[in-house]
Design a protein around this ligand. Structure first.
Ligand code: BES
Ligand code: MN
Length: 457
């Protein structure tokens, strides 16, 4: 097991049934990206409907061309605020499996942390909403607000069908504000309100040379090698400092304001130190003139997420592969536009393609950035709830990650989103040994009870 420093022994005060719910939820391998798991994804959605019905909500499964949306409501009454709580029950694939210390869909509790795929992202977080709602109904007989709880099964693959769900149910879903806990806490015990997200847009490229794999002795030197060509092409995406070298890429990027850079420097955590500690990278890297928080929250990137081609087995094989591929994503910041960035990227790739090969480009999912005001009335209510639940000052931050649907809550439903996440920097979301501390499940339950009260006004 990997080392966790300074973890105090944790006494589980949590209600046994809450823990049971958490484990049951985590046991579903609700991997949205892999068709082989569709049935399991749907079982997870059914489990949620059962759980939500059990606590007294009216819950239904809304089918989509992909995975179903779980939609639950309480009895709505006039004169009350309406709150839309959003999260996702799908998870990233657990690969590489051999790097897990325990099976990813067989949750275990170690020193107060529950280990399983989805423990933080997003099952632990969304469950803290559900259990907060449950405890509020148990204690008060009802909720102080009108509730829409929307839990989707396609967040990790770009939320392609959720926009349509919002459009089709626009009138019924009319709300005053959205609440999402799919973001991070700056560090343990420091309640955090995030007022921005980066956007993300993806594409896949395939470089093709000869029509089939070739003997590299018989043909090597007389035809271009697609893997070499791909490596050269990918090498043109950045300069040596990590600045993106695509013409026009930064044209619309809004400069960071002095007040914001100053506020981030006053946060109780040093971003540079945190990045070194969490990642194990030998040194910091990135655009000159920015520190790690600024690079992560306020600057755009081009990333190569996957690369393939040629012989990957044991030993050597003297071959020239017919093709090579790579998967790219771009993180976007205000005021970049995904479609425009894809267009610039495609033009750059075509222009810089080495001789002797052809290029195919396929666009992937896309989601815009988000920026809101943490001092709006909703933002202030969120901060009061955060302070109350964690008994500490609230950190105001932006996030490097993306939640594509949040900008559609604004665009389609006309509401702002309060991002009050519970993910820690070492939660290992999307990685082996993903985990969530029970401390945050408990804190999250307290937070959600307080949020409902504060938002009721
Ligand atoms: N929960 C994350 C997004 C996140 C992580 C926001 C950390 C803020 C802090 C979410 O589940 C996620 O991973 N989203 C994807 C979106 C993509 C697949 C369209 C992402 O950011 O890569
Ligand atoms: Mn998530």
């Amino acid at each position: 097991m990997f080392a966790r420093q300074n973890v105090p022994r944790y006494n589980v005060r949590m209600r046994a049934s809450h823990l049971e719910d958490f484990y049951s939820f985590l046991r579903f391998p609700s991997i949205s990206t892999d068709d082989n798991y569709s049935e399991r994804v749907s079982e997870c959605a059914h489990w949620l409907v059962g759980k939500l019905t059990g606590i007294g909500l009216k819950a239904e499964l809304v089918p989509t061309p992909g995975h179903p949306v779980v939609w639950a409501r309480n009895q709505h009454r006039g004169g009350r605020r309406t709150v839309l709580i959003y999260g996702h029950y799908d998870v990233q694939p657990p690969d590489p499996l051999e790097l897990w210390d325990s099976p990813p869909f067989d949750p275990v509790l170690k020193d107060g942390y529950v280990f399983a795929r989805g423990a933080t992202d997003n099952k632990g977080q969304i469950l803290s909403h559900i259990l907060g709602i449950q405890e509020t109904i148990e204690e008060d007989g009802e909720l102080p607000i009108n509730l829409h709880l929307v839990i989707e099964g396609e967040e990790e693959i770009g939320s392609a069908n959720l926009g349509k769900f919002l459009i089709q149910n626009r009138d019924s879903l009319k709300s005053d504000v959205a609440v999402v806990s799919d973001t991070g806490m700056i560090t343990r015990g420091v309640p955090t309100l995030s007022y921005g997200l980066r956007g993300v847009t993806a594409l896949e490229i395939k470089v093709t040379g000869p029509k089939m794999d070739l003997h590299s002795g018989v043909f090597g030197g007389a035809v271009a090698n697609p893997i070499t060509a791909l490596a050269q092409l990918l090498g043109t995406l950045h300069d040596r400092e990590g600045r993106v070298a695509i013409a026009g890429f930064y044209d619309r990027v809004k400069s960071l304001e002095d007040w914001e850079r100053e506020a981030w420097r006053k946060l109780p955590i040093d971003g540079d130190r945190e990045v070194l500690k969490e990642t194990g990278a030998p040194e910091l890297f990135g655009e000159a003139g920015y520190n790690s928080f600024e690079r992560l929250w306020g600057r755009p990137t081009a990333e190569i997420n996957g690369i393939g081609g040629g012989y990957q087995g044991k030993g050597t094989k003297t071959v020239i592969a017919s093709h090579a591929m790579a998967k790219l994503t771009f993180r976007l910041v205000p005021n970049q536009e995904g479609d425009e960035i894809l267009k610039l990227a495609r033009a750059h790739l075509r222009k810089n393609l080495p001789k002797g090969v052809t290029l195919d480009i396929t666009d992937g999912h896309s989601g815009p950035w988000y920026l809101t005001d943490p001092h709006s009335p909703g933002g202030e209510a969120a901060q009061r709830a955060l302070r109350k639940a964690f008994n500490a000052d609230v950190a105001l931050i932006r996030e490097g990650g993306s939640i594509p649907i949040v900008s559609q809550f604004r665009g389609i439903l006309g509401i702002e989103t309060l991002l009050m996440g519970l993910a820690l920097a070492d939660c290992r979301a999307h990685s082996p040994n993903e985990n969530f501390p029970l401390e945050n499940l408990e804190g999250g339950i307290r937070l959600n009870k307080a949020v409902l009260r504060e938002l009721a006004g």
